[in-house]
Design a protein around this ligand. Structure first.
Ligand SMILES: *Cc1c(COP(=O)(O)O)cnc(C)c1O
Length: 520
């Protein structure tokens, strides 16, 4: 410990490799104590701030560099062999330029003032303990960490597309479509402009017509329902399973038996938060009641059911590559996967103005093409997806363990099964391979807890605060409070915690500790 690591961190800093510099400095800081520890924390904040600046996150950059500056202000002009005075002045000038919206000049090299440097004083706490104590905030999602790891690959892909000057559909999109179909074990994938478009075009291609009914969940993102309405059909709701928060097949069957309807053509299931709905039951219902089973797999790329992948479980599936999804583009993008060549052909036609031959239109389609830049970026990221999904699953297991250790929740218990615990942890069906797009707890006094976490720097979100059947623009469907009580109860209790592959255990411990403080 000591000198070698600081040298490494400073070298990386001088090479403007700020993300790597922060990692090297952090290794050192874990072992440091007292004033040196705080000094290193200041340097790390400056490094991370400069990293944010390089990725275009100006607000994040400004706030972190300022916090680093405040810490460094407490130190003498020379500390740990560094010219702190010069560094402070340079930070001041840098911040002033950023505040004025001008491009700042780079910071000076962290020149060593004295040839030798004192060894750092370290103590014998575990690295884990000190990392835990140092966390001050945990974002719900931080995409810049992922970008720092794949930047070179992404830039090369963008360069490839720009050199080709071929931006719409083309070879990049065809290659991505082959790779996605293979990943999902579907026979085809067809790229679209967004997940919402993919849902809509999938419904049209599956033969949904004006006046038809599609049975679906009231507890999802709005697009699951709006796509049905855009296709001219009517969404019919059934309540959710309180354990998985996915559409409940028993509720679907009860609804079909209570109100049989010749117009009911499809069931659109949503694999919420990254966990597949109960496919055994939905495939049975599909056969028994002659319903086409369609998947909204926007949150579930890589998820599985009995060893089969989302995207090839029903007749067709829609995926979203919205930037925050498990596989996210750098803009809007989506696709339809299917095991039915007729459906693939139809989506291909509809996404391109219903035209096979230019200026001849055989169907009323739309422009919903995927562009080559997004496809090229998605091809880079698809190669990492298995690893990232595995890391999400591992983070979910860590949350489970930390909650159990803190006495807050019981892994595997259904809501209401362990009433002595203030938190219900996510429930995973044994047949499901959950990819944890979100890690969602159900909590007592949820809104108070959320405000408490926000004050302590923990980002959370509520997916979703108002079930679809109660949305203002859908009141004409005639639903009201109490129609789908499980969906309504979930909307009042769910809370999504920070979840992404690069989340550290120290950050997770901070989240759980803070929740423990709230309930103590
Ligand atoms: C994200 C999402 C969509 C919509 O995808 P976009 O690409 O944003 O249009 C649809 N359904 C669900 C469940 C989603 O999470």
């Amino acid at each position: 410990m000591g000198e070698p690591d600081l040298t490494r961190g400073l070298e990386l800093f001088d090479q403007r490799r700020f993300f790597d510099a922060h990692e090297a400095l952090e290794d050192l800081w874990r072992e440091a104590v007292g004033p040196e520890r705080r000094f290193l924390q200041g340097l790390i904040q400056v490094a991370v701030g400069l990293h944010h600046y390089s990725t275009g996150n100006i607000a994040g950059a400004r706030s972190l560099v300022k916090r680093g500056e405040a810490k460094l202000a407490e130190y003498p002009e020379v500390f740990l062999g560094l010219d702190v005075h010069e560094l402070r002045q340079a930070i001041h000038t840098w911040l002033a330029a950023v505040e004025r919206g001008q491009p700042p000049s780079p910071l000076p090299r962290l020149a060593r003032k004295s040839g030798t440097m004192p060894a750092l004083v370290t103590r014998s706490t575990t690295a884990q303990e000190s990392a835990r104590a140092a966390v001050e905030q945990v974002p719900l999602l931080d995409l810049t960490r992922q970008y720092a790891h794949i930047r070179t690959e992404v830039m090369a892909a963008i360069e490839r597309v720009c050199s080709s000057q071929h931006f719409i559909l083309g070879e990049e999109v065809r290659s991505l479509e082959r790779e996605l179909a293979s990943y999902c074990a579907a026979s085809s994938a067809v790229g679209c402009a967004s997940g919402t478009d993919a849902l809509w075009l999938m419904l049209l291609a599956a033969g949904v017509e004006p006046g038809d009914e599609v049975i679906t969940t009231p507890f999802s993102f709005f697009a699951s329902t709006s796509a049905i309405l855009r296709a001219g059909a009517r969404p019919v709701y059934a309540d959710i399973d309180p354990r998985t928060l996915n559409l409940d097949p028993e509720a679907v069957e009860q609804r079909i038996q209570r109100q049989p309807s010749a117009k009911l053509k499809c069931v659109l299931i949503v694999h919420l938060y990254g966990q597949c709905a109960n496919m055994d039951q939905f495939l049975r219902l599909g056969t028994q009641y002659k319903l086409t089973v369609l998947e909204d797999a926007a949150q579930a790329i890589g998820a599985g059911w009995r060893g089969r992948r989302a995207g090839s479980l029903g007749a067709a599936a829609a995926f979203s590559f919205y930037p925050t999804k498990n596989l996210g583009a750098y803009g809007d993008a989506g696709c339809v996967t299917t095991v039915d060549p007729g459906v693939a052909e139809q989506v291909r036609l509809l996404r391109h103005h219903g035209s096979r031959e230019r200026y001849f239109h055989e169907a009323l389609g739309w422009n919903s093409r995927l562009d080559a830049l997004q496809a090229a970026i998605l091809r880079v990221k698809l190669k990492h997806l298995e690893k990232w999904n595995a890391e999400r699953r591992q983070r979910a297991a860590t949350y489970d363990r930390l909650f159990q250790e803190a006495g807050l929740g019981m892994p595997g218990a259904a809501p209401g099964e362990s009433p002595s615990h203030p938190v219900a942890l996510p429930y995973t069906q044994p047949e499901a391979h959950h990819v944890f797009h979100q890690y969602v707890i159900r909590a007592k006094r949820r809104d108070e807890l959320r405000a408490y976490l926000a004050k302590r720097g923990v980002g959370t979100e509520i997916y979703y605060p108002l079930p679809l059947h109660l949305q203002k623009c859908l009141t004409y469907l005639g639903h009201g409070d109490g129609n789908f009580p499980e969906a309504e109860r979930a909307a009042k209790e769910v809370l999504a915690l920070p979840m992404f592959p690069e989340l550290t255990e120290a950050e997770q411990a901070y989240v759980v500790d803070t929740i423990a403080d709230f309930f103590s």
